[in-house]
Design a binder for this molecule. Sequence first.
Ligand SMILES: Cc1ncc(COP(=O)(O)O)c(C=O)c1O
Length: 459
Amino acid sequence: MKPIDPAILSALQQLLSQDDQPLYRGELTGLVEQVLENRTRYLEAARRFGTPQYLFEEPRLQAQIQRFNAAFARQGLVARVHYAFKANPSLCLVQAIQRAGLAADASSGLELELALRCGFERIVLSGPAKTDEELALALRHAGRVTVHLDSFAELERLEALAARTQTTMRAGVRLNTQGHGLWTKFGIPFTALPEFTAQAGHHRHVQLEGVQFHLSWNRQAGGYLHTLAELGPVLGQCAPPAGWKFADIGGGYYPEDDEAAYPWLTRRGRLLSLLGLAPAEGPPPDWNLEYLLHPVQPIEAMAREIMDAFQAHLPGGLEMWLEPGRYLANQAVHLLLRVNDVKTPELAITDGGTNLLGWERLEGEHTPLINLSHPSLVQKPCRVYGSLCTPHDLWGYACYGEQLNPGDILMLPAQGAYVQTLAQRFIKPLCQTVALDLQGEMRQVSPAETLADRYPQLG
Ligand SMILES: Cc1ncc(COP(=O)(O)O)c(C=O)c1O
């Protein structure tokens, strides 16, 4: 690359020093404190069942469910919470959700079968381009399922299949907004709702009752508020013969305080490295353990604003349906790892690899890594890698702990959402899951993958 003119470089440097995103140090220690309170139990789980392991903590799941339910409880408004299976459909977690009385959001035939087998009484079947087999399964369980239709063509297919078995099938329709970019893959535009409603009105077997939308990764209520304001007038323009019964506002509620971003990956950080003023990857040598935190509105405040907008903009008497996944599951599962090799005091390698997360997420996102064997509320810089044959197999650039010794047990807390489902069979086997129940009992609920699981043809 041609050297940059010193005057331009100096101007850029000056510009870059005016960073408007504050960086914080130690802001996630609340999560670390929470983990260390239960340290003995976690160490026991590692000792009894070995590592690596996913540790499912039912008390934490139930606490999240209660908090979410309480946040959306309001007199005069029916809120029905469907757990989004896609976030984590592991059996122990899904069964605990069912015991807690929630409804289910299934996005495939497989998830629908699981929800039915686990005894969920109210299920939505969502997702694009459902197969005839998936729709037929929903029809066989029409008493328990509502199908969220994704297109005009899907409406026609469902009607034809329902007519064959003379079944009445409750349905919603998924809506997308113009502001959605790639998300226009899903559903039909808001503006097409009157036409869709009219077309559904000609059918005898599909009974349209509601609408659905979904917005991902919401740290504030704003997106829901805009969408509800946009939806209100559209719902007012048209209605099925029996009227609208529900509006499903989807998932996307962000949990608080369990991750942060690395400053060298912010726009400013990337520009600095592009200009050759910072290393091409990883932390600069003078990194002082500061992170960028995206503020997350507590669920109670978010719920209040959403319910206000729901009641202000939508016709009265509508049920509010919700589909949280991440919010409920994330804090309920942790990863336990063992340090297998310490190359220098600042470089250690664990038994499990980041194939257990599914992708190289922790190169770009910070989650506290906690040494349960030598705990500390102070974070020290060090690189902790997994044992896969790739340098991208990284758990983090720092660890809460005194020092790293071979045999130490490390915990990566709050890994319950989009982790077990995304885990890959890359080099190493998928690991076991251990469950800690409401009585404090622990048991292995699924074993680690074996050669026979991966190669059944070997016999
Ligand atoms: C339709 C729908 N509902 C619910 C969810 C769950 O979202 P989250 O886990 O962010 O709450 C998703 C996730 O993509 C979704 O597409």
